[in-house]
Design a protein around this ligand. Structure first.
Ligand code: FES
Length: 122
């Protein structure tokens, strides 16, 4: 059974910002998007590198390493290895940057926002 863990108040998660939190030893990135507060594992699906230094583009998180883009709430991959350190690369370079790995979704977590507090289930 999942544990509901308090990660902060609603004010601590303003729209448009990514915030890394530790929940039971797991690093998680939390962000408020148009549908509410969502959380994903702080590890890219491409390589095991942290996503917290990335950016939000609308309701999506963009990895700071090779620009893969994921829908923040579902974790669905929307663009796979599109660049390098924030710089868009030509399409032919994707097969090199991917290291042969196919697009995959991020691990997501259930988030509950209740009475001005934000909880993650883990
Ligand atoms: S580590 Fe995120 S796209 Fe490569």
């Amino acid at each position: 059974m999942a544990n509901r863990v308090l990660v902060g108040t609603s004010e601590e998660f303003p729209a448009g910002e990514l915030k890394a939190v530790k929940v039971e030893g797991e690093s998680i990135v939390v962000a408020r998007v148009s549908s509410g507060v969502c959380a994903v594992k702080n590890k890219c699906a491409h390589l095991p590198l942290p996503l917290a230094g990335g950016k939000l583009e609308g309701d999506s998180i963009v990895c700071p390493w090779h620009n893969s883009k994921y829908e923040m709430c579902s974790g669905e991959n929307q663009d796979w290895v599109a660049g390098l350190l924030g710089i868009k690369m030509p399409n032919w370079s994707r097969s090199l940057i991917s290291f042969g790995k196919k697009p995959q979704p991020l691990t997501t977590y259930i988030v509950i926002e209740e009475d001005g507090k934000v909880y993650v289930e883990i």
